[in-house]
Design a protein around this ligand. Structure first.
Ligand SMILES: [Ca+2]
Length: 187
């Protein structure tokens, strides 16, 4: 009988609405929690990062400067390091790539040179990049100090290239394509 009284009915309706509201708030909080977890997973997921840790992204590629991170190596050992990380010693194809590298080199206090993926040990004087392309195809620069015993090119901070003894120890620069689709430059 009490339940049918107008006052009680009103109270019951009010309670039900209050319950609905509480349930909705609870649902929103759960949803928020789920979204937070999702965001946390995404941002901590290495697949969502453009480059591995300590690699630098530029125009769809990842670059690794060994300076301050690894002991200096001979040219061939440097190349091996890159291959081991699914990369190669850098092949400088464009001006903007060279500028990116030079800009990075300026930030390191001590970086006399970097081993790069350019050699002439197949044929003296025929400088070839690791991908088989020739030096003169895309840049005016010549490799200075070349001789029969200097078959590995090093890159200086001012962008110039020098021939060096491949057995010398130095820092190096690896390069690989960034494999995440988000890393592609916007067109
Ligand atoms: Ca040479």
């Amino acid at each position: 009988m009490n339940a049918s009284a107008p006052g009680s009915q009103h109270e019951w309706e009010a309670c039900r609405k209050e319950d609905d509201k509480d349930r909705q708030i609870l649902e929103y909080r759960l949803e928020l929690h789920r979204i937070n977890l999702l965001l946390q997973n995404i941002t901590h997921d290495p697949r969502c990062q453009l480059c591995p840790q300590r690699w630098h992204w530029s125009w769809g590629h990842c670059y690794y400067f060994s300076v301050g991170l690894e002991e200096n190596r001979k040219w061939a050992e440097s190349a091996e390091y890159c291959i081991h990380h699914n990369a190669s010693l850098v092949v400088i194809q464009e001006n903007r790539e060279k500028e990116f590298i030079m800009e990075k080199m300026r930030r390191f206090p001590v970086m006399p040179f970097l081993w790069i993926g350019l050699t002439d040990f197949q044929e003296e004087g025929q400088w070839l990049w690791q991908d088989g392309t020739a030096l003169h195809n895309y840049t005016e620069e010549s490799v200075q100090w070349n001789s029969e015993h200097r078959n590995c090119a090093d890159l200086r901070g001012d962008g110039s290239l020098f021939a060096a003894d491949c057995e010398s120890y130095g820092p190096w620069l690896c390069e690989k394509p960034a494999d995440n689709h988000m890393s592609q430059p916007l067109s």
